[in-house]
Write a protein that binds this ligand. Structure first.
Ligand code: MSK
Length: 634
């Protein structure tokens, strides 16, 4: 096995960050590294989940001397209520993103700002939902589907349409556990009602609702967000790009897009390629316009257009610290409010665009479907005009960059693998070649990496370290969110370099299929793609999802969305490994429910494994994969 000679190490990335922090010191910039120090140590009650401030009799904090809150709720009820509220914050955010996508779909038109780029996918989903497609204009169908999809948020009776996608066995488990998701908004409202003062304090019921709300996200709001983004912006196919801070260009106007909703970023990308805008940039002395991304917006446009990825969650301040960022344009979620004051230390324009994410010290340009083109053009123009305000003494773009091949939607994964196995493939391919590789032991299994960075974990070290361990052991990796960017920055998505770090079986598969061993499946909303892939593998193999040698992992997660994701991944039957505790350790009962053999494991055939020792977490992931292989007799 080669050493990390051709990859970028965490140490090298840290050295680059340190040089950027030095840049920041020159202008008195405040950064998260300093704020973490200011905030440490964290509140022990908060970390254990044992503080309740749901009503105004408290806040109540549980200790051995005061084992119940003023209302009499015990520690298990308090921790479980906090856990459920933590979950539905994420469910609401993800699903509201999906709702916005459905509203955009409703306003698509052949000559408007948004069109239908994948009509076949729209028709496929319409048939799945029982919507008549024959003889319909594709835009009429899109509008009808948008209305049907929007009803999923508030439908008064029945359950979610996409909840019919997984194998029957999974659906039966959900029904038996009483967690099949109903209307998305209802699951969020029910959770808020259950956790209101004087309602549920039974941990088991609260955890059950956490799973149900999570499922309404993963097999509801997020899934619609993904599927209909593909319909409007195109289903991703493999495309080459670059990653890490070195994607910023010294002599170009740098526009950084950050957030989640592709409706904004697609438009910014479009206008940055407009010859009129490029000519304008040149008139200001720049060589052109360079758009690069941060966080999941970056994943969206990298997957569909090969737009370079400047970094993940904890790199968002780094792009400003280069002194070469003309504008950082954000939409929703995972945006540091710190970007406002930080931008003011440089010439950078911090542009917020969504009423959902309003921030001080930003320029607010409200983005909407009708005026999207006009607004995006104005934003690009604003960035170009700002190029002349750069302080060249502060420009520091470290030369760290790796090649990455991204764009592995479920459709793309099936097609690329099936093309290797069969000269004749049907339209979309199947998962059978992947199953054969796992069955024969050429691949030991698969791991789905998701989630964020968290200053509690050395940035990217857990993502990259765990991936390296699994690759060496012939475990293929699918990845999304900021985990994907960690891999890309390191070079693990470079098909040439990364295969050298794999075991012999995985290396052979990568060579035959011409793929990297870490397959980029998209943004955090796109974890729904992973659910579809797992579901298709189970159906093609004729086993249950929980039997597949497949594990989920979020080693550096931090957001409420990640908790919602964790709930739906585990409820789908995939054992899920976490490197950060979800504020549940204060209750033995909740810990047992989430992590024990006879809690949620009895309901959905999977559970959480929490271990902050990352090496030990990796060992447990490999053990889990091998145990599943042994149980299958392979
Ligand atoms: S952006 S939720 S830090 S993955 Fe989706 Fe990254 Fe986590 Fe936000």
């Amino acid at each position: 096995m080669k050493d990390w000679a051709t990859l970028t190490t965490v140490e090298e990335m840290e050295a680059v960050t340190n040089s950027l922090l030095e840049n920041g010191k020159k202008v008195g910039a405040d950064t998260w590294q300093q704020r973490v120090k200011n905030q440490t140590p964290h509140c022990g009650f908060g970390e254990a989940g044992t503080c309740c401030r749901i009503c105004s009799m408290g806040p109540c904090r549980i200790t051995p001397k005061s084992p119940r809150g003023i209302c009499g709720c015990d520690v298990h009820g308090i921790v479980a209520r906090n856990y459920l509220r933590f979950t539905v914050g994420g469910t609401a955010a993800h699903s509201d993103h999906g709702r916005e996508i459905m509203h955009t779909l409703h306003q698509t038109s052949p000559d408007g700002n948004y069109q239908i780029k994948d009509p076949e996918k729209l028709i496929r989903i319409a048939k799945e939902w029982g919507v008549e497609t024959e003889g319909k204009d594709i835009y009429d169908l899109a509008h009808e589907m948008a209305e049907v999809g929007l009803m999923e948020y508030g439908i008064p009776f029945g359950t979610q349409k996409f909840a019919k996608r997984p194998p029957q066995h999974t659906q039966d488990l959900w029904d038996a556990a009483g967690i099949t998701p109903r209307a998305i908004d209802r699951e969020v409202a029910t959770a808020m009602h259950m956790t209101h003062m004087g309602c549920s304090s039974l941990a088991e019921a609260l955890i059950r609702q956490s799973l149900r709300a999570g499922l309404s996200d993963g097999w509801g709001g997020s899934m619609m967000g993904t599927e209909f983004s593909d319909v409007m912006f195109g289903t991703p196919k493999p495309v080459d790009t670059t990653a890490n801070i070195g994607v910023m260009e010294k002599d170009m106007v740098n526009i950084i897009i950050h957030g989640h909703d592709p409706s904004l970023s697609e438009m910014v990308v479009h206008y940055a390629q407009d010859p009129e805008m490029i000519a304008l940039a040149k008139s200001f002395g720049a060589k052109g316009i360079n758009v690069a991304g941060v966080c999941c917006t970056s994943n969206e446009v990298a997957m569909r257009h090969g737009i370079p990825m400047a970094g993940n969650f904890l790199n968002q301040e780094n792009v400003v610290l280069t002194g070469a960022c003309e504008a950082i344009v954000v939409d929703i979620q995972c945006i540091f409010p710190a970007l406002g004051p930080l931008s003011k230390c440089f010439h950078t324009k911090f542009i917020t665009t969504s009423p959902i994410a309003r921030m001080p010290d930003s320029e607010f340009i409200q983005f909407d479907v009708e005026s999207a083109g006009e607004k995006a053009k104005a934003i690009v123009k604003m960035a170009i005009e700002n190029y002349q305000n750069r302080n060249w003494d502060l420009v520091n773009i470290p030369a760290q960059k790796q090649n990455a091949r991204v764009g592995y939607s479920v459709e793309a994964i099936k097609k690329v693998l099936d093309t290797v196995a069969n000269s004749q493939v049907d339209e979309f391919g199947t998962t059978k070649p992947l199953i054969e590789c796992i069955h024969s032991g050429v691949l030991r299994g698969a791991a789905a990496f998701v989630g964020c960075n968290n200053p509690k974990v050395r940035q990217d070290a857990a993502h990259i370290g765990l991936m390296k361990k699994l690759l060496e052991n012939d475990v293929i990796i699918i990845v999304s969110g900021c985990s994907a960017q960690a891999a890309a920055k390191a070079g693990l998505m470079d098909p040439e370099k990364a295969k050298e770090y794999c075991g012999a079986g995985l290396k052979r598969v990568c060579e035959l299929a011409n793929i990297p061993p870490v397959l980029h499946m998209g943004s955090c909303v796109d974890i729904s793609r992973m659910m579809v892939l797992a579901s298709d593998i189970a159906k093609d193999w004729g086993i249950n999802i929980s039997q597949i040698p497949l594990v989920g992992c979020a080693p550096e997660w931090m957001s409420e969305k990640a908790v919602s994701i964790g709930n739906y991944v585990v409820a789908t039957g995939i054992e899920t490994f976490l490197g950060v505790d979800p504020y549940s350790k204060g209750s033995s009962e909740v810990t047992e429910l989430l992590q024990g053999e006879h809690g949620i494991n009895d309901w959905v055939e999977a559970k959480f494994v929490v271990d902050t020792d990352i090496d030990s977490l990796g060992d447990k992931m490999l053990e889990c994969i091998e145990a599943k292989r042994a149980a299958l007799g392979i």
